[in-house]
Design a protein around this ligand. Structure first.
Ligand code: TYD
Length: 210
């Protein structure tokens, strides 16, 4: 597969991912890359339909296994339809969330077997893994305070202890994969967070061109 760059951004809800995804896209464009910004779940017609089922606050009865499979289904569609073709064309794909979200939310948050999650996601990981993942590190209570409050979706209606487990899960993941997952202090303002990301990107891009 011809190699573009695949970057993912992770963190608890309200950690400021979508702003930083845009900033990374602009920065890579400045550096001469062709950025493709996308998000998981969603990012395709079918993925957006699945995303609506997942986030609909009315779907309270959703079984955790159904939830995990639907997140994976949306991701498979995104990889096949958007991410893989873009990387093959040498583009820089920046994705808001990816498989680490399933491990953090369904694995650590809901207590599902992590090996089972990874197994179901194997058709995806066999094709690609992110070159780099930025974990925007901010405790959930602080992230939630910042989040512009519209109506809470199904995931956002989870209790505080669920989000603490998700957050701890992210921290464990980053210590398990320190080469891939870079922890970013996301308690700073958007500019301060962006500065850290750009410093990492400079290192990675230098390596990419070497
Ligand atoms: P979204 O509106 O994209 O949230 P955010 O803006 O915080 O990223 O909704 C995605 C929600 O789905 C979010 O609560 C995280 C959750 N999620 C999982 O539980 N598992 C997954 O595999 C993914 C990709 C997301």
């Amino acid at each position: 597969m011809k190699k573009g760059i695949f970057i993912t951004v992770e963190g608890v809800d309200g950690s400021g991912k979508s702003t930083q995804v845009r900033i990374i896209g602009d920065y890579l464009k400045e550096k001469g890359y062709e950025p493709v910004l996308t998000k998981d779940p969603g990012g395709t017609f079918i993925g957006d339909l699945i995303r609506n089922i997942l986030l609909d606050a009315g779907n309270r009865g959703m079984h955790p296994l159904t939830e995990m499979l639907l997140f994976t289904a949306s991701r498979v569609q995104l990889v096949m339809e958007v991410i893989k073709p873009a990387l093959e064309e040498g583009k820089a794909v920046i994705c808001d969330r990816f498989i680490d979200s399933s491990v953090a939310y369904q694995g650590f948050g809901r207590g599902m077997d992590i090996d089972a999650i990874l197994e179901v996601n194997k058709p995806v990981t066999d094709i690609l893994v992110p070159d780099i993942t930025f974990f925007l590190d901010i405790p959930p209570e602080e992230a939630f305070r910042r989040k512009a409050r519209g109506a809470a979706d199904r995931m956002e209606r989870e209790k505080e202890d669920f989000y603490l487990k998700v957050y701890e899960g992210y921290k464990k993941l980053s210590s398990m994969f320190p080469d891939r997952i870079k922890t970013i202090d996301a308690s700073l303002d958007a500019e301060g967070v962006a500065r850290q990301l750009k410093a990492w990107l400079d290192k990675i891009l230098a390596f990419d061109k070497a």
